[in-house]
Design a protein around this ligand. Structure first.
Ligand code: SF4
Length: 208
């Protein structure tokens, strides 16, 4: 495994931010199983976690007027550093109030930080995208291997219903190759019930 200090990288017209490699899941379809980077980036395995100032320096070294969205994603679960991510996002918004900021999360920040976290997303993030992956707790556990076991699934649902009060653009996502069409319908039903949208995305294949 190669390591680097690749903090920001482009995915089409968005700038992605990599602040941690920590994650509470070990998903079967995780992009990290495919190699060291994504979308032609350097290795996203970090030599160490960057400080908030280092993250801001990396973000502001880019032409933010040319991007559509700033996305906290990384090669890990960004909510492990939710307080830092919030501080960074607010600093970016101060200079670029029109820039949309999204956080891609596994939805387990309440369990990770041991408290209710939904309010911490307010004002900092325009979109919260939560990987749902399955409508069934046991199936979620089988493919995502959360360190919190089957508790993870119910926590994700309660997080989604809370965070959408603070961030109206809250979405679930599923990976089309890892879910049946019946289960996509069931995920849509859960999303409708909670008042969030559902995005069915494609798997990112291994680099050739
Ligand atoms: S939650 Fe995301 S980063 Fe973590 S293992 Fe799953 S796909 Fe990978």
């Amino acid at each position: 495994m190669t390591k680097s200090m690749c903090i920001t990288y482009f995915v089409e017209d968005s700038l992605y931010v990599n602040i941690t490699n920590r994650c509470s899941n070990r998903c079967d379809f995780c992009i990290r199983n495919n190699g060291d980077g994504a979308y032609g980036s350097e290795s996203l395995w970090l030599l160490r976690e960057p400080t908030s100032d280092e993250v801001l320096d990396s973000i502001f070294s880019r032409d933010l007027t040319a991007i559509k969205e700033l996305v906290f994603c990384g090669y890990g679960e960004p909510s492990y550093r939710l307080y830092d991510a919030r501080k960074i996002a607010l600093a970016v918004k101060e200079r670029y109030p029109e820039l949309r900021i999204r956080i891609n999360t596994n939805g387990q920040s309440d369990l990770i930080l041991g408290c209710s976290t939904a309010h911490l997303y307010e004002g900092a993030f325009d979109t919260v995208s939560i990987s749902l992956n399955s409508p069934h707790p046991d199936e979620y556990d089988r493919i995502c291997h959360s360190k919190y076991g089957v508790l993870a699934f119910s926590s994700i649902l309660s997080f989604a219903s809370e965070v959408k009060k603070y961030v109206p653009d809250t979405r679930f996502s599923v990976v089309s190759e890892f879910i049946s069409s019946e289960d996509i319908l069931e995920c849509r039903r859960i999303a409708d019930e909670l008042g969030v949208t559902l995005r069915v995305r494609d798997y990112i294949p291994p680099a050739p």
